[in-house]
Design a protein around this ligand. Sequence first.
Ligand code: GUN
Length: 278
Amino acid sequence: MAYIVDGKKISAEIKEELKEKVTELNKQGKEGVLAVIQVGDDPASSVYVRNKKRACEYIGIKSLSYELPQETTQEELTALIGQLNEKDEVKGILVQLPLPSHIDEDEIITSIAPSKDVDGFHPENVGALLIGQPGYVSCTPAGIIQLLKRSDISIEGKHCVVVGRSNIVGKPMAVLMLRENATVTITHSRTKNLQEICKQADILIVAIGKREFIDSSYVKEGAVVIDVGIHRDENNKLSGDVDFASVEPICSAITPVPGGVGPMTIAMLLHNCVEAMI
Ligand code: GUN
């Protein structure tokens, strides 16, 4: 029987800590405003944006909403970000991804002032992470570090295998685990012998975006398994990149979907927003 890592509970604890911090900062006259930009009306993005705004308000950070039409041009979006960069009261800027295909996402991310990039996606923040300097860290991988630490799962010296190499999760995840003194292997869709490599992991972090791809044949007995995936089936049932029923009996700890990594992403966004207020 594996220990079920409770992301819902841990994220709630973090939110309460941050709420107290915001109250203290408000007493010092420091206010937080997060600008949230969504282009188009993708339903999944709308849910994420709504949850992010709600969580901000809960801890006492105001949010400004910019809901732009699908046809918004690169120039219009860049101009809005430019204005928000200049506004002192706006401490954080979040552009919900994905953007429509006619917009160059990298260019948009780079146009956000690094000091307001609470998503941690700007090249300057990514570079700072790589060389161990202060900066905003991508929320999902930062949340996974919190899940492990707050569940008393030690990282140092462990072999961590990361499955997936996205800029948002896989790459920063590998760097963060390295910073915690893990021995890190990054794998991806072209990796040969993926199963064999995953089976060597003490901590297996899966972010490949394929529903229930990792079954027990990829997992060493007693490993810790972190599932970043989220997939909704035709009956609205959520599942991850890991086949929970197959893996849970052989691992020592595992994150469920829902209620594992998901809630941590928002908690760490709030953490970054509070940092931005200081
Ligand atoms: N789309 C999916 N995940 C994220 C995220 O963490 N931040 C933003 N801005 N967009 C996303």
